[in-house]
Each structure stands twice: as structure tokens, then as C-alpha cells.
Ligand binder design. Structure first.
Ligand code: SAM
Length: 287
């Protein structure tokens, strides 16, 4: 099997397959030989595990996953890559490439069909332009996935893993913390990729919770409230919620008081539990 972290090997492989890297698909391949084994080890997979990879590229991480898991299914959107992957992953009969857009694929059906009897993890060097939609899909659909270990842009990693109620938290931090316990594992410099991206990267891990972190009376309504609170950055939660949900400012202030929360609270100062209390105080008034 060729050394997929060797740039000369990558160039030769791509030239032979008439493949040129696509910026549009976020194609920055890992070439630091230490990174993929480190990600695969961190993913905590082994016998008894099936791994869903998103965006295998030329298969450098796929190979490390295949060395550890019972089965790897890699969803790739670029129709030019399966032929190339057939060559780089030859000999790994328990790896399957599925040519699909991960945002459109029926992941529940895919997992049920491919990973029957296995514990399921997601592991990937994600295409950064769709980091949030991918993570939200994986979490919101409540797929039978135990662990998500992915490389993302460092700023996204910090935002995603920021604890609700602390500086740096955004709407995505709340959504992620609701469904999972997130951790930032390590950062990766641009020089570890080919071509090097302009940004620093980080690997994060989301341990999916068996049950949501808080008990909300209505999940969709809860997240409408959280999104509204973060809708206008620098404003107080009350102002943003009032504007975002079309509620009178006085009504929102009264609800904050009823929930025992400061009237001028910024959204990032509120915890998941605080938003639940606020939602209860506003119940029946949100559309
Ligand atoms: N895993 C490889 C590595 O680490 O070297 C490639 C990672 S590269 C950052 C992102 C990969 O995601 C590319 O292979 C790209 O073609 C693929 N990709 C981009 N958009 C996708 C989508 N919507 N669905 C599935 N794969 C996608």
C-alpha cells in the first residue's frame, strides 16, 4: 500500500487518476504521518466497532480506522475519488465507499444496514465548509452513534466545545452540549495538510449522551429560543429573544425574572438549564 502521507506519492496517484484537488469540496489531505494514527487512537475504536467516516479523500485516515475497527463505511461526495480509493484501500475488504453527499444521505438506514450488531462511531477530517450542518445532523437525528471524533477548524472547535454559560459559547455550543459531552483533544497546524489550509485545525470528540442534558418540554421550541437569544450578538438575551421571536420586551423581561435570571443577562451567560427555565416561563407565547 502506498504511503499516503508522502506528497510525491499523492501527486503521482492524483496525476495517474486525472484527479485535481477541489477547494469547493474542502479537500485538504492529512500528510503529517503522526496525525491519522493519533485521531484513530483517540476515537477509541477496536473490535466490535463500526466506523462511519465522512469524506475519506484518498483514504489516509480510512486506512487507520480500518486497521482498528470491524467495519468502515466512508461517505464521499466527490465522484472522482472511489476509483482512486479502490487502489489505495485495496486489501481492506471491510471498508466500503458510499458515493453520496453526507447531508443528503439517509444515515439512519445506512447505519442500520452496514453496522448491524456493531457499536458505531463517527470519525473524520471534516470538510470545514459544512462542519456545523454535519454535526447537527448527526446529533439532532439521534442516530445510534456513541462517539464522534472529528477534525474541524480550530475556531469552530473552540466554539463547539465551549461550555454553555461561559464566554465563547454560541448557539452551537448549546446544541452540542444538549446532545453530547464535547472535548477539544488537540490542535493541528496547517503544515500537516496538503495543500495547507489558511487556518489551524483541531480534533474534537463528542461523547453522545444516552439522554439529553436537560429536560425540555419541547425540543424544537427550546432551540428556537436558544437561536433567537444568539440572533443578535452583543445584545442582551432579552432584546434578542424579543426581536427574534416577536415577543414584547416586557414579556421577555418578566419571564427572565420568573426564571430567576438577571434582566440584562447576555445569552452566553445562561446555562442549558437556564434556557429551560426561561422556556417554561414563556410557554404558550412562543410561536
Ligand atoms: N479524510 C481525508 C484526509 O483527512 O486527508 C480528506 C479530508 S478533506 C478535509 C474532506 C473530504 O470530504 C474530501 O474528501 C471531500 O471530497 C469530502 N466532502 C466534501 N463535501 C462532502 C459532502 N457533502 N459529503 C461527503 N463528503 C464530502
Amino acid at each position: 500500500m502506498p504511503t499516503l502521507t508522502d506528497i510525491a506519492v499523492i501527486r503521482e496517484l492524483c496525476a495517474r487518476h486525472g484527479f485535481t484537488l477541489s477547494k469547493g469540496f474542502g479537500q485538504n489531505f492529512i500528510v503529517n504521518p503522526g496525525i491519522c494514527p493519533k485521531i484513530a487512537e483517540a476515537a477509541g475504536i477496536g473490535p466490535g466497532w463500526g466506523v462511519l467516516e465522512i469524506g475519506p479523500g484518498i483514504g489516509v485516515l480510512t486506512k487507520e480506522l480500518a486497521l482498528r475497527a470491524d467495519k468502515v463505511v466512508a461517505v464521499e461526495v466527490d465522484a472522482r475519488l472511489p476509483a482512486l480509493l479502490k487502489e489505495t484501500l485495496a486489501g481492506f475488504s471491510h471498508v466500503e465507499i458510499v458515493l453520496q453527499d453526507v447531508l443528503k444521505a439517509d444515515l439512519r438506514a445506512l447505519i442500520a444496514e452496514k453496522f448491524s450488531g456493531l457499536r458505531v462511531a463517527v470519525c473524520a477530517n471534516l470538510p470545514y465548509y459544512i462542519t456545523s450542518p454535519i454535526l447537527m445532523r448527526l446529533l439532532e437525528e439521534k442516530l445510534p452513534v456513541e462517539q464522534i471524533t472529528v477534525m474541524v477548524q480550530k475556531e469552530a472547535a473552540q466554539r463547539i466545545t465551549a461550555a454553555p454559560g461561559t464566554r465563547g459559547a454560541g448557539a452551537i455550543s448549546y446544541a452540542v452540549a444538549y446532545y453530547a459531552a464535547p472535548r477539544l483533544l488537540f490542535t493541528v497546524q496547517p503544515g500537516s495538510f496538503y495543500p495547507p489550509p489558511k487556518v489551524t485545525s483541531a480534533v474534537i470528540q463528542l461523547a453522545v449522551r444516552p439522554a439529553a442534558a436537560v429536560d425540555t418540554p419541547d425540543e424544537a421550541e427550546y432551540f428556537r429560543l436558544v437561536r433567537a437569544a444568539f440572533g443578535q450578538r452583543r445584545k442582551t438575551a432579552a432584546n434578542s429573544i424579543s426581536a427574534g421571536l416577536g415577543l414584547a420586551k416586557g414579556r421577555v423581561s418578566a419571564a427572565l425574572a420568573a426564571a430567576g435570571l438577571p434582566p440584562a443577562a447576555r445569552p452566553e451567560q445562561l446555562t442549558l438549564q437556564d434556557f429551560c427555565a426561561l422556556q417554561r416561563a414563556l410557554r404558550g407565547e412562543m410561536v
